[in-house]
Design a protein around this ligand. Structure first.
Ligand SMILES: Cc1cc2nc3c(=O)[nH]c(=O)nc-3n(C[C@H](O)[C@H](O)[C@H](O)COP(=O)(O)OP(=O)(O)OC[C@H]3O[C@@H](n4cnc5c(N)ncnc54)[C@H](O)[C@@H]3O)c2cc1C
Length: 469
């Protein structure tokens, strides 16, 4: 090539590059992950491990979504930690508890994957450096199988901490304050997304596969009431970004959504601040009394049953009561004390006075409860889990009522996490989903501790499958 020709093609090349620049030439990745909770962060890690180029976008200024709020723990049966602690459990019993909680409306294939892969999910998190060495008991479980950090510390911050470190180490970028606003189509499939940054600039990102891990819609009263009008006026435990952003995308592309009206109310939410009081506090011995000071239920009943029982009481409210032994068994309790959600007193009568309930009735109730449990008699409400006498002062009480907590419904996926088309149930090419943005796994009532396992397990599958596309 002579000098003149070389110069001409150089100028042409530069001109073309300039035109692409002005038109906003799209970025390209093998896998685009939308949402930086447990599902999205794990999807990114797995996709990168498969050799894919990956970008994570997150609409909020910080990562973690609802995952970072999780307190109680993550379920797994037959895990290495259970074995170390001498806890006997089985996959069959975890599956049975999951199906029973969901009134057997769960997608059985997805529920089986959840249970079978949970111990591997715990191992993977531990290998990343997560402390999941404490195993506790949550409502509706036949065995202690809820894994959390030593001393019963909140689990969500621990999971997000190790995932953030792992992504940093692998050089996987997370672009904050960047939201998905549309899907880019290719034939009947997806080949990327339209996104908007915090300045309002819209641009395209092309990808061979896209993973929707945007979480649920429990943070948007307008959306949860649209699907379940009975929840009008309910508090929520969710982060403000849980607004169901996948819904308009699904409607646009014709994706199937299942169980959208199935929204779990967590029975114990502190009503004045919308703060979830972990089930682990009941699992470790706490009891519930009504506004008179009377017990009225098995505190470890399934969440839907317990929420309904609290709503039947006066003001739809109850008090969660525990003693210092329970407080010391669960470091998550300190958080509630620091946030001034807890009233405390040296005697049951004094506590009753502070809570505004009947002192003689409450102290008689507690005395009776302790007598039954000291003497090993059957609990009159059939309390199904740990029952210990509450006789170690000081005594504590927190006001609780049910609040919107978890969306069982969401995008229909298959066992490869491919999003299904509504018209024919076939997979939409290039589109994957994981975590609370999906539906069916938990049926119409989720067992506590199963959603972190869900987000981790299906996030990992989504990352691998998306990378192999
Ligand atoms: C207070 C609380 C306590 C809980 N405790 C437990 C527990 O102990 N055990 C348990 O198993 N489960 C628990 N859960 C449920 C569990 O934490 C969640 O279901 C799970 O973490 C969901 O993970 P995810 O990755 O699917 O979604 P999330 O963690 O919610 O992440 C989704 C992310 O997507 C982002 N996003 C949303 N829309 C867009 C968009 N348009 N563009 C870009 N990004 C977007 C969100 O901002 C968010 O960061 C709890 C939930 C709450 C609220």
């Amino acid at each position: 090539m002579n000098k003149r020709k070389l110069l001409t093609s150089l100028v042409a090349g530069l001109l073309l590059a300039g035109i692409f620049f002005l038109l906003g030439r799209p970025e390209k990745y093998d896998v685009l992950v939308v949402g930086a909770g447990a599902a999205g962060l794990f999807a990114a890690l797995e996709a990168e491990a498969e050799g894919a180029s990956v970008l994570v976008i997150e609409k909020m200024p910080t990562i973690g979504g609802n995952t970072i709020r999780a307190t109680g723990g993550m379920n797994a049966a037959e895990s290495e930690v259970q074995e170390k602690l001498g806890i006997s459990d089985s996959l069959e019993s975890h599956l049975e508890d999951t199906l029973q909680a969901g009134h057997r409306t769960n997608n059985p294939v997805l529920a089986e994957i959840l249970v079978e892969q949970a111990k591997e999910a715990v191992s993977r998190l531990r290998a990343l450096g997560a402390d999941l060495e404490d195993v506790g008991y949550l409502a509706g479980h036949s065995a202690p199988r809820t894994h959390r950090p030593t001393g019963g510390a909140p689990v969500g911050t621990e999971i997000v901490r190790v995932l953030e470190e792992a992504l940093k180490e692998r050089g996987i970028p997370i672009r904050l304050e960047t939201r998905i606003t549309g899907l880019i189509r290719k034939g009947d499939g997806v080949k990327g997304a339209l996104v908007r940054d915090k300045t309002g600039r819209e641009y395209r990102i092309l990808s061979s596969a896209l993973v929707l891990a945007t979480g649920g819609y429990g943070g948007s009263p307008r959306t949860f009431v649209r699907y379940n009008p009975a929840l009008a006026g309910f508090n929520t435990t969710n982060h403000p970004g849980a607004t169901g952003d996948y819904i308009p995308l699904a409607e646009d592309i014709g994706a199937r959504m299942v169980d959208m009206d199935q929204i779990q109310a967590h029975p114990t939410v502190e009503p004045d601040h919308g703060i979830l009081i972990t089930e682990a506090l009941r699992g470790n011995g706490g009891i519930l009394v009504d506004l008179m000071g009377r017990r009225f239920t098995d505190e470890l009943a399934f969440r839907d049953i317990l929420s309904a029982r609290i709503l039947e009481r006066r003001n739809g409210t109850a008090y969660l009561v525990f003693d210092d032994r329970v407080r010391r068994s669960l470091s998550a309790a300190e958080n509630y004390i620091q946030r001034n959600l807890v009233k405390s007193a040296d005697t049951p009568e004094e506590l009753a006075g502070k809570l505004g309930i009947d002192p003689p009735l409450f102290s008689g109730e507690l005395e009776n409860y302790n007598r039954i449990h000291h003497s090993g008699l059957d609990d009159p409400y059939g309390r199904s889990g740990l029952s210990i006498p509450l006789d170690t002062p000081p005594y504590y009480g927190i006001k609780v009522s049910p609040g919107v907590h978890y969306c069982m419904g969401g995008l229909a996926i298959d066992d490869h996490t491919r999003v299904l088309r509504d018209s024919d149930g076939k997979a939409i090419p290039g589109l994957y989903a994981a975590g609370e943005a999906t539906g069916g796994i938990h049926g119409n009532n989720r067992l506590g501790g199963n959603s972190l396992a869900d987000a981790v397990i299906f996030g990992r599958i989504a990352g691998r499958e998306a990378a192999r596309k």
